[in-house]
Write a protein that binds this ligand. Sequence first.
Ligand code: 4PL
Length: 246
Amino acid sequence: MRRFIGRTAVISGAARGMGKAVALRLADEGATVIAVDVNGAGAAATAKEIGGQTLAVQCDIGDPDSVAKLFAAVAGSAEKLDILINVAAIVPFVKWDELTFDEWRRVMRVNLDGLYLMCRAGSEMMRAGGYGRIVNFSSNSIFAGTPNMAHYVASKGGVLTFTRALATELGPYKITANSICPGLIDTEGVQQTPHKDAFDFVEMLQAIKGHGVPQDVVPAVAFLASEEAHWITGQALNVDAGMVRW
Ligand code: 4PL
């Protein structure tokens, strides 16, 4: 399929994991990809792997100035923005007894403040074009109440409900906004935390067995980012092998 020819897509968290997998797929289907990550070298590596029409931008999405610079670069290199995929997030593992307010704020700053800043700036550019597809990464942990990440679970619940409100606000401009709720996915990020030891437990709960990988999540994202998904907005889609059925 070549669903994204002529489309410009900004993808946050594009240095690795699910963000990188989404960036590669959208590019493979013809999109001009702007790979964004706080890890600028990682974003550049993704852009290099894509080759051709692509730009890498280092950005701390929790910093308003950094996001303003990002969208200045987007506006400078593309005449319009069609697709915004927000994957960047902090995925912590912190025992409840060790959770501090500073740690709570560290996660909220990126996972919610950052999402707001990206959607605020991205949707302004989309409004000018009269078209847009926003896909925000929530998590199935919001339904499961997954342990050792209470602040993350709270932030991802906010991603889902914010995305619903965003759908309402942006509908008049023909911009859709939906969220994806992956289950535990085997990524470089997860492998760096004790979440990596949860795969067997998670698999036990899944309707379909196996360990989730970024490629398992990509097709749902690409569909929601496609033109033909125009009648779907404000929705949340679990992509978790049926771990959560609600
Ligand atoms: C079920 O989003 O959804 C671990 C780590 N287990 O980040 C997640 C589950 C994790 C999840 C998540």
